[in-house]
Design a protein around this ligand. Structure first.
Ligand SMILES: [Zn+2]
Length: 171
């Protein structure tokens, strides 16, 4: 199966040595392309400042976006701001090594473009807040009430046998 090309391709072979800017849009197609399950929608911009030298490339990423995620408390959607910056260094060599912990990428000498989709994907994943909740008053109170009732019911169910065990002990 042919791998789909992402929308986040930076062609660098024709560029002169120096600084160049690339702008990308972030929207729902990014979620679909990457099969992201915990983001419902996304909207924003990615700015990449590329510095080309005779031996390597330096790519400075700036992401300004908002992502629609699910509230941990009431399970309704909520928009969360994503502001992220990161640097990627691209070097050229015959040995392609993928070092997961470093932001350095090695491309073959004859490469003329780089697909930065995965780099952006990781940067966004890392920038999402670990706790996703509305401001207290913005939560959907109806859903919260239902959830509370459900939790209470579940607690009663699980506590019941223990209570009866305790009662047996007391007797
Ligand atoms: Zn909420």
């Amino acid at each position: 199966m042919r791998k789909l090309k992402s929308k986040y391709i930076i062609p660098f072979s024709g560029l002169s040595v120096g600084l160049h800017n690339f702008d990308f849009e972030l929207n729902k197609t990014f979620i679909e392309f990457n099969n992201i399950e915990d983001i419902l929608d996304i909207s924003g911009k990615i700015d990449v400042e590329l510095e080309k030298t005779s031996t390597f490339l330096k790519l400075n990423f700036t992401i300004n976006a908002k992502a629609e995620v699910t509230c941990d408390r009431c399970t309704e959607p909520l928009w969360s701001n994503i502001e992220a910056k990161d640097l990627m260094i691209v070097k050229f060599g015959s040995e392609i090594t993928e070092d997961e912990d470093s932001d350095m990428v090695i491309l073959p000498h004859n490469a003329n473009e780089i697909d930065v989709n995965h780099f952006i994907y990781e940067l966004i994943s890392l920038s999402l807040p670990s706790k996703r909740v509305h401001k207290e008053s913005d939560c959907n109170s109806e859903v919260l009430e239902k959830l509370n009732t459900l939790t209470k019911r579940n607690e009663e169910k699980t506590i019941d046998p223990r209570w009866s065990a305790l009662k047996n002990l007391e007797n």
